[in-house]
Design a protein around this ligand. Structure first.
Ligand SMILES: [Zn+2]
Length: 168
C-alpha cells in the first residue's frame, strides 16, 4: 500500500481491516480511506450510536425526525462529503457500505443529504466532481432532477416521496 505523502498524515489503523482514518498533521483535516480493494455493495462497517441528539451537528447522522447519532466506531465520523460518493450510510440496517468499486488507498465519501434532511449549517462543497452541487444543506433543498441521481436512506426517501406527493 502506498500513501500520497506520509509526512502529512497520521494513520490510525486500529479500527478496521478495510478502512482507516487519516489526519492531516498540518490542517488537522480528517478523512477515511480504504485499505483494500472493495467491490460495490461491500459492508465496510456495522455502526451504532455512540450518542444520540435531538438536533443535528456536523458530526451526526440523521436516523429519524427526533434522532441524530454520533457514530460508533468513531472513525466513521471522519467520512467526508462528496457529490460523487462511493459509500452510503444505510440507517435502516446500520451498515456503512460501498456504492461502487473502491480501490485501496481511495478516500471513502458519502453524500451528506443522503441521510440529512436539513443540515444545521450549509457549506460550500469543493469536491471537484463534475456533478458538484456547490452549496450543500440537506435533502430538503434538492431538486427532483438531482434527487434522481442519488441513493437516500429509507427515512430521507420517505420524506422526499411525501413531499413529491403533496406537491402534485
Ligand atoms: Zn461537491
Amino acid at each position: 500500500m502506498s500513501y500520497p505523502d506520509s509526512s502529512l498524515v497520521s494513520i490510525d489503523t486500529s479500527h478496521s481491516e478495510l478502512a482507516e482514518k487519516r489526519t492531516n498533521t498540518i490542517t488537522r483535516h480528517r478523512s477515511v480511506f480504504s485499505r483494500v480493494n472493495l467491490p460495490a455493495g461491500q459492508v465496510i462497517a456495522e455502526f451504532s450510536a455512540k450518542k444520540t441528539y435531538s438536533q443535528p451537528s456536523y458530526l451526526t447522522v440523521q436516523i429519524n425526525d427526533q434522532e441524530h447519532i454520533e457514530l460508533w466506531p468513531e472513525y466513521l465520523e471522519c467520512t467526508n462529503h462528496s457529490c460523487d460518493p462511493n459509500c452510503f450510510f444505510d440507517t435502516t440496517s446500520f451498515k456503512f457500505i460501498t456504492l461502487k468499486p473502491v480501490k485501496a488507498g481511495e478516500e471513502l465519501t458519502f453524500f451528506y443529504p443522503s441521510t440529512e434532511w436539513n443540515m444545521d449549517k450549509a457549506f460550500n462543497c469543493f469536491c471537484g466532481s463534475e456533478q458538484c452541487l456547490g452549496t450543500i444543506q440537506g435533502a430538503s433543498y434538492l431538486s427532483d432532477d438531482v434527487i434522481s441521481k442519488y441513493r437516500f436512506s429509507d427515512f430521507i426517501q420517505k420524506k422526499l416521496t411525501l413531499r413529491k406527493n403533496s406537491a402534485e
